[in-house]
Every structure is written in structure tokens, then in C-alpha cells.
Design a protein around this ligand. Sequence first.
Ligand code: PAN
Ligand code: ZN
Length: 168
Amino acid sequence: MEITLPNFKLSLGDAPKQVRKLSDMRNFFSDKAAVIQGLKKGDPIIYEVYAVENDFPGGLCYAVTVINPGDIAGEYYMTKGHFHQKDAGEIYIGLEGKGMLILQNRKGEMKNLTIEPGKICYVPGDFAHRSVNTGKSKLKFLAVYTSESGYDYATIEKSGFKEKVIRV
Ligand code: PAN
Ligand code: ZN
């Protein structure tokens, strides 16, 4: 089943913006020396998130993430990545650009999906997820998740993902 929307326009109103710069990502990129080196030249924005959070039981939240193109010692710009505190699934819908969605559960099992305009990706509730911009332009996608999901960044900050996405 396919639907073509020629003049598609998505509006999140005045959703607040979160900015993640290289300095916020020190513990997430693999090559720590390259991060330190990069920070000597500046502190580039890696990604921005425009999120509408509805904090009530049974509610839904939604957010557009914009990841800039670029890499740190070959490792593409990416999100921090997180588990949900409560195992709850999530939907990602690709809007612009080209990327990958890396999924890893607590047993270390991995799944990789591509993110591209119009593609719907399902994130199972027990999988940590990180999106990666593998293209030359901005990667934009919409995420829809439950109000009760919560975020566990600490596990990924400590142990990372088993796989990293690098420029070849
Ligand atoms: C997304 C992510 C967003 C930013 O809305 O929160 O892409 O990634 P990090 O949260 O890993 O920094 C989502 O998965 N929400 O649950
Ligand atoms: Zn999530």
C-alpha cells in the first residue's frame, strides 16, 4: 500500500527545540581523542529535536529530529540513543535525507533499518535505538512514542552499541 503526497507539509507548531552539540556527545562517539580534537575547532550542532510531550497516562508524544550531515573520525553524526525506561514501542517515519536506525536489545541482539522519506520503522519496546545520518544532507524523521516510555541514556552512555556506523 502506498500513498503519494506531492505537497506534504508537516507542522509541529512552536514545539520547543533541544540542541545536542558535540560537547554533549563526548561519551557517545567512539573516538574520544577525535572528539577532543574536534572541540578545539568549535562545538558543532550534531542534532536538534523538536518534541511535543504529553505527560499523562495513556498519552502520546511526538518529535521531529534533525541530524546534521558529518562525522567524527568516520563515525557518522548520530543521536545519543536510548532504551525506554518502560518497554514501550515507538514509530519512526522518515521525512528527509538518508539514514540508519540501529536497534539493540539487552541481550545484545541487533537489528538495523534504513530511514528514508516515507518509510515507517517500528522500534520494539525492549530495543535501544539510535539514528544515524549516513547521507550528505540533513536527516529528518518523526517519532511517535508513549507518554510513559521514559528515557534511559545511561546504559548506552556506559556500554554503547555493539555496532557503529562509519563512512567507508
Ligand atoms: C526520539 C529521540 C530523538 C533524539 O524522539 O528522542 O531522535 O534521540 P536521543 O533521545 O537518543 O537523543 C525517540 O526515540 N524518542 O523516544
Ligand atoms: Zn525512543
